[in-house]
Design a binder for this molecule. Structure first.
Ligand SMILES: [Zn+2]
Length: 414
């Protein structure tokens, strides 16, 4: 018999959201994990998995937990389930006091004693959860459903698999990571400790939303070298590097900027400019779902550099490209079962799944790119991430657990 899914999810969620796990953007590049309190939750999860009699649980010094639930059928692929323990630092992420609204009445939600209100008009999704349970913060912090909803769902799945040995499945590899929010979580990722054939991050939002596609990303650095001269006698001699850099920035097509694009359109985004009249350093981010469009924009930037050199004779430019990550869809295509089993599970459970492209990257995308392990992202049931107005629906968490269990079963079918 299955456990009471909702009760188990609620217990997990309330237990894990009160643990402080805010990551530290400033330390993330050279310290793994960036904040030591993330280890408090990692160690708690280790103990909770061991209580379920899962023997193979390890935590590395970088803070990543890897656990294995043995297969109940031979020859089935090993499936990874991944979630992150850290919370964002866009608003206060520590000291979370979760509020439980047992029977949501369909009205605006006042957050604790704070003056903050989750307005139903801004959150049309709330209507789907009238009379059911919703979690919020008390308005003084974020809630941390990103990604403790995912963590809780994986823990509930672990319990179900351990207590129901008649469920046919391959080996399950549970991965809890730190520092996803800082973008540095995969820098120290212990690939040597994992061996799943494919993986799912449980780190999405809205119920039924599946994310299997993300941007391709290129970081472009351009150095401008001017010719400095005494300003009083500069005529015909000085070349101003700052002017060169702003000329290039002003030549970028505004219609292809983040603020003018959505859905499947890519963009140029000038992100950083340090400049004097002697030299300037400019960083431009390129993003697109199609790699050919990234290449096209890289070539445009090369042309703009030579244009700037022609307009300002004597000035020099140097351009460098760094490919940051790639659209994971191309890796998923090599193993169609990864995505097919999500949508087959959705059909069997009559969940109206829909796909949306991620206008960014994910840890799953890095795993796909760095190790060729396909890793789409599944919804958790949370909304308004990284804000005081974050909320999460228990019914959606339950649906996520059912969907993932079905995916696991399909994984073991011939
Ligand atoms: Zn997340």
């Amino acid at each position: 018999m299955f456990i009471n899914l909702k009760e188990d999810l609620k217990t997990n969620f309330l237990k894990y959201t009160v643990v402080d796990t805010m990551s530290d953007e400033k330390k993330a590049e050279f310290q793994h994990p960036s904040s030591l309190n993330q280890l408090d939750l990692i160690n708690m999860l280790k103990a909770d998995l061991e209580k379920l009699n899962i023997e193979d649980v390890s935590v590395g010094k970088e803070g990543v937990l890897v656990a294995h639930i043995p297969a109940t059928v031979e020859g089935a692929p090993c499936i990874g389930l991944m979630a992150h323990v850290d919370t964002a630092d866009d608003v206060e992420g520590n000291g979370v006091k979760p509020q439980v609204i047992e029977k949501y009445d369909g009205k605006d939600i006042v957050l604790g004693n704070s003056s903050r209100i989750i307005k139903k008009d801004d959150n049309p999704e709330l209507e789907n959860y009238i009379n059911s349970t919703i979690f919020t913060s008390d308005g003084n912090t974020l809630l941390g459903a990103d990604d403790k909803a995912g963590v809780s769902e994986i823990m509930t799945i672990a319990k179900i698999l351990v207590e129901n040995k008649d469920i046919k499945h391959g080996e399950i590899e549970i991965i809890f990571t730190c520092d996803e929010e800082t973008g540095c979580g995969m820098d120290a990722f212990p690939y040597e400790r994992i061996h799943c054939d494919y993986c799912y991050t449980i780190d999405g939002g809205t119920r039924y939303e599946i994310e299997s596609e993300c941007f391709n990303a290129s970081k472009v650095s351009i150095d401008f070298k001017g010719v400095s001269y005494h300003l009083g006698a500069a005529k015909g001699k000085m070349v101003n590097a700052l002017t060169m850099a702003t000329t290039l920035v002003n030549s970028l097509p505004q219609a292809e900027s983040p603020e003018a694009t959505d859905n499947r359109d890519g963009y140029y985004c000038p992100l950083e400019l340090n400049a004097t009249n002697d030299e300037a350093h400019l960083v431009v981010y390129l993003r697109d779902f199609e790699l050919s469009e990234i290449e096209r924009r890289e070539n445009v930037l090369k042309s703009l550099c030579s244009m700037v050199e022609q307009i300002y004779p004597g000035g020099k430019t140097e351009i460098n490209f760094k490919r940051q990550y790639y659209n994971m869809k191309d890796i998923s295509k090599k193993n169609p079962k990864v995505l097919d089993s999500i949508f087959e599970a959705g059909r069997r459970l009559e969940q109206p799944l829909f796909e949306s492209p991620i206008r960014g990257g994910t840890d799953g995308a890095r795993m796909a790119n760095e190790k060729g392990i396909p890793c789409p992202n599944i919804y958790t049931g949370g909304h308004n991430y990284h804000s005081y107005y974050e909320w999460c629906a228990l019914n959606a968490m339950e649906d996520a657990v059912k969907l993932i269990l079905e995916i696991i079963k399909i994984g073991a079918e011939k």
